[in-house]
Each structure stands twice: as C-alpha cells, then as structure tokens.
Design a binder for this molecule. Structure first.
Ligand code: CP
Length: 314
C-alpha cells in the first residue's frame, strides 16, 4: 500500500493487519518504550489546510516516535494566503525532501489528487478531506472498539456482529463515511440515526440501516453509540433543526445515557459541542471512550506511517 486515502480501499485482511500493527505500536505510543528507529532519516510533512488538534498532533507524535523528521505546515500564515496552489505548495515542500505527506483539506478528493497527479513522489495519507473521508479516525475508532470488546485477545479479530449506531450530522461527516466502509468490512452492523436534513441521499447505497429516532435506537441496546459533531461551519440555516430541537431529539443527554446498557461504548471523534450533540455527563461517563480514542490515535498513526514509509509490506 503506497497511500491511505479511503477506508473503502482496505480489504478485511489489510484492515486487521493495520489494527494488529497498531497493537504492536501501542507500547511506544504510550511511552512504555521510548522510541523506535524505524523511520530514522525519513521526513513526514503534515500539510494542514484546515484546523485540527487531535489529528495533526497525533501524526506529529507518531512520526517522532518512529524517529522521523517532521515538518508541520499550516495554511494559515503560509503563502497559501497569497494564492499559492495545492500543487505548488506540495511541490515546494517535497523539494525540501518529503517521504510522506499527511494532508487535511477542505476539498473532498484533494488527497487523491495529490497521490495520483504525479506532482510529488511521496506516500500520501488522508487526514480528512472535506465531507469525504477521514480514514485514520475510522481505524482508531475500530481499534478502540476492538480493544474494549476483546481486550488482550484483540489481535486477528474483526468486529463481527458488533452493533454500532452513528448519530447526528452524517451529511457533513467524513468520520461517518470512513467508519461506515471500515465497520462493514470488519463485519459490524451499522445504523445511522439523524434528522432527515442531515442524511445524504447516497445512504441508500451504503451498507447501513437508516432511522430518525434516537430513543428507538437506544432501546435496541447497541454495543456502540457514536455521536458526531454538528458541523455548523459547513451549514446554512436550511440544514439544521434549531439547536434546542436537535439537542432534545438527537442529543445524547444524561437521561438517554442512563437507559443504555452499562457496557455500551459512547464514542465521539472530537471536537465535541458539549450541550448540543452530547451532554457533559455523557462525554465524561465511564462509558465514554473519547480520550481512549485520542490516545489510540497515536498507535494507529504510527502503524499507518510505518506501513507506508518503512518499505515493509507487512
Ligand atoms: N477528530 C478529529 O479529526 O479531530 P481534529 O479536527 O482535532 O483533528
């Protein structure tokens, strides 16, 4: 695998191999082992045209824990504000020596353009493109589910029969898209729950069931409830029930959390709108894996960088 652009490109074996590799990386990610020399002499460029906290920092940590050099590029404050194109920006950074480019961009498809255009000779990782995909988020989510469900016996396993409900702003969510493809590949049963205005019409072609009633979904006692951020920055007024209505009908509040089985996982990719799609009580409850997801992101991103840049095809 030269690039990671979409979870739809991953076979079940490839996905499980990546999750197992992340298990191997976990001791380094959590600092029980200080660093691996695997990517010494390699350079990873974090090319971020959109804001990020978790993804950018964890890719930086992941690269450093594999002994790579890291260049962090943020479009804000760069020559992008003078009109420099994606091609010229990427080629400028590649000319300084980039073996891997981790790109986040507001345009869906920008990572694929970078990977397939021939502009640069580097492995490309999609760190979130518009409303399209966020493959490393889905991998870290699957890794988190697998660890909670199987503990130390996770290796080699998929998520067969695990019932996952993804709730909220599916329309704008690259996290939802990447999760749908990966979870289906790993054998999970995925349901989407959202207001009709926040569901894309293309869900009829996705391997999911679709509903509008969060209370009915909760009554089915799912294994996982994954809440999504309301992406107000990508909306206009027509998309959105009022915040109060959204919170009342589709928010995971304390009372709904109390109705979930004690071992149901409550996930959120972050950043969270506390009080809108998720209450503080739900976000901070023992069921919540929000911070586990963040920590697991380092292991997953180490696995991805290792896989793409070490020259190993394991
Ligand atoms: N989950 C996620 O992608 O978070 P950031 O936008 O902070 O990277």
């Amino acid at each position: 695998m030269r690039h990671l652009l979409s979870t739809a490109d991953l076979s079940r074996d490839a996905a499980i191999t990546m999750l197992d590799l992340a298990e191997d990386m976990a001791d380094v990610a959590t600092r029980e082992v200080k660093k691996l020399p695997t990517l010494r002499g390699r350079t990873v460029v974090n090319l971020f045209f959109e804001d990020s906290t978790r993804t950018r920092v964890s890719f930086e940590l992941a690269a450093k824990r594999l002994s790579a050099d890291v260049i962090n590029f943020s479009a804000k404050g760069s020559s992008v504000s003078k009109g420099e194109s994606l091609k010229d920006t990427a080629q400028t950074l590649a000319a300084m020596g980039a073996d891997g480019v981790v790109i986040r961009h507001s345009a869906s498809g920008a990572p694929r353009v970078l990977a397939e255009s021939g502009w640069i000779d580097a492995g490309v990782v999609n760190a979130g493109d518009g409303t399209h995909e966020h493959p490393t988020q889905a991998l870290l989510d699957a890794f988190t589910m697998r660890r909670r469900l199987h503990g130390n016996a996770s290796r080699g396993k998929g998520l067969d029969g695990v019932r996952v409900v993804i709730v909220g702003d599916i329309l704008h969510s690259r996290v939802a898209r990447s999760n749908v493809w990966l979870l289906a590949t790993l054998g999970a049963e995925v349901s989407l729950v959202a207001p009709a205005t926040l569901l894309p019409v293309s869900t009829s072609e996705w391997p999911v069931t679709v509903g509008y009633d969060l209370d009915a979904a909760i009554a089915d006692a799912p294994d996982v409830v994954m809440m999504l951020r309301i992406q107000a920055e990508r909306m206009n007024a027509a998309f959105f029930p009022s915040a109060r209505e959204y919170s009342r009908e589709w928010g995971l509040d304390d009372e709904r959390v109390a109705r979930l089985p004690a071992d149901t996982m409550v996930m959120h990719p972050g950043p969270m709108n506390r009080g809108l799609e998720i209450s503080a009580g739900a976000a901070d409850s023992p069921r919540s894996t929000v911070l586990e997801q963040v920590a697991n992101g380092v292991s997953i991103r180490m696995a991805v960088l290792y896989h793409l840049l070490s020259g190993s095809d394991s």
